[in-house]
Design a protein around this ligand. Sequence first.
Ligand SMILES: C[S@@+](CC[C@H](N)C(=O)[O-])C[C@H]1O[C@@H](n2cnc3c(N)ncnc32)[C@H](O)[C@@H]1O
Length: 286
Amino acid sequence: MSTAVIRNGVDPSKTMSNNAKRRKMEEKYAISKKPSENGHKTNGEKECVLLRKNQFGDVSDGFMSNGDWKKRWDNKQTKFHKEVYHDILLSYYDAMVNNKTKCRFFVPLCGKSVDMKWLLDKGHSVVGCELVELGVQQFFREQDIEYTVEEIPNITNGKLYKGVKDDICIYTCDFFKINSATTGGKFDCIWDRGSLAAINPSDRNRYHDVILDLLEEDGRYLLDVFEVDHKEFAGPPNNFLKEDIHKLFEEKCNVEDLKRRNAMTKWQKQWNVDYFYECVYMLTFK
Ligand SMILES: C[S@@+](CC[C@H](N)C(=O)[O-])C[C@H]1O[C@@H](n2cnc3c(N)ncnc32)[C@H](O)[C@@H]1O
């Protein structure tokens, strides 16, 4: 296995003329300072970063910058996108809406998830947040929703894609820049599929703070994450054990464990993982 670190989709080892150069680079990255989570091992006083293959087939330390995500969309490496409505959303929909006929739904790191259209068709107000504009444009085009685009006050380069006739909008910006004031209020329901799972482990506390700021006092947060083997595989998705979810949220939230199922498909087998479980939680404020 090659051991070059991929940044922005570029494999520097491909441009190297000899092994010595490559070893130098491996050394440099192996001793970089990174939090010791998910495969980042300590080596004496220094932090050591494991280089493994990621879901895009590149060798990586697992860290995804905003530029890395943009590159994935540009290169059509969006296999995480599902063309069908997510069965977990469908299964726990009633529990989420809790007899309300019109809810405000929030979908963090939404990509072009078709679940947003399903929720819209159910009569809800839908708000997404996605970093990469290409994904947002594809969503509106593919779902045939007429839209306008405006700036988001106080978020540099942020754009708000808004349905003209439909009650849906997507904040096209970094998730960490929004809050309940930006989005014009809090949400009854949050549907999180592959979102907390996708962010860098060092951003988990910030993610928790934004999500809980967006959730109504009596709101319901449906969270879908993965237990994934990182021996040979660099995230995302990043591994979340039950205790990680409880530890992150239990101070402020009730955490209900709803489901844990084997979710290994041919695609995950290609990642060289020994196990891949999908775990579902419902969170409400205490
Ligand atoms: C694994 S995908 C999941 C997408 C979607 N939830 C779904 O189920 O298809 C993660 C998405 O988060 C977006 N993303 C990553 N970091 C982000 C950030 N800081 N703010 C907003 N979106 C982000 C990526 O561009 C990508 O579309």
